[in-house]
Design a binder for this molecule. Structure first.
Ligand code: AMP
Length: 171
């Protein structure tokens, strides 16, 4: 069995010069890589009474629903603006240059529900913090965060505070 890191493809200068992109598609395309990824999240979060798993567009969508299924939880998409058809709540957050916005259906999380937030990668943590704000705004409780890749030098973990944060691979 290989280390999960060996399945991640690193692409220099994508989507722009100076960025080293960590591509999880090679991990998910491999039957053992996909199984190990889902099994590890299942093992880390089973027994934590998760009601809903959020996947963040777009790479969170690629595996968060499978994690939700194994945890016997529901799946909720958090999307880029203008994609969700019903009434939404939204949250702005800072990017390296400028600001961005994410949206969630206003009725997707019920007060008191325990929510696990999943994405492919945590860099500065801005996307995850904005998602957590949406959940708290809806009255939900953050049960944890799960990432395949964590870029530790960007210290995104610090911005998430005390929460239960799990990353399968760290750089
Ligand atoms: P951040 O909000 O800074 O934590 O950025 C995390 C979001 O940006 C995630 O949704 C990632 O998919 C994406 N992202 C940021 N940096 C990278 C990278 N080096 N490789 C792949 N995805 C990245």
């Amino acid at each position: 069995m290989q280390d999960l890191k060996n399945y991640i493809r690193e692409i220099a200068d994508f989507p722009k010069p100076g960025i080293l992109f960590y591509d999880i598609s090679t991990l998910l395309a491999d039957p053992m890589g996909l199984r190990m990824t889902v099994d590890r999240f299942d093992w880390l979060f089973a027994g934590r009474d998760i009601d809903k798993v959020i996947g963040i567009e777009s790479r969170g969508f690629m595996f968060a629903p499978i994690v939700a299924y194994t945890l016997h939880a529901g799946f909720v998409p958090v999307r880029k603006p203008g994609k969700l058809p019903a009434a939404t709540v939204s949250q702005e957050y800072d990017l390296e240059y400028g600001r961005d916005k994410i949206e969630m259906h206003a009725d997707a999380i019920q007060p008191g529900e325990r929510v696990l937030i999943i994405d492919d990668l945590i860099a500065t943590g801005g996307t995850a913090v904005a998602t957590a704000d949406l959940v708290r705004g809806a009255g939900g409780e953050i049960a944890g965060f799960g990432f395949i890749v964590e870029l530790m030098f960007l210290e995104g973990r610090k911005r998430l505070g005390e929460a239960n944060i799990e990353a399968l691979i760290q750089y």
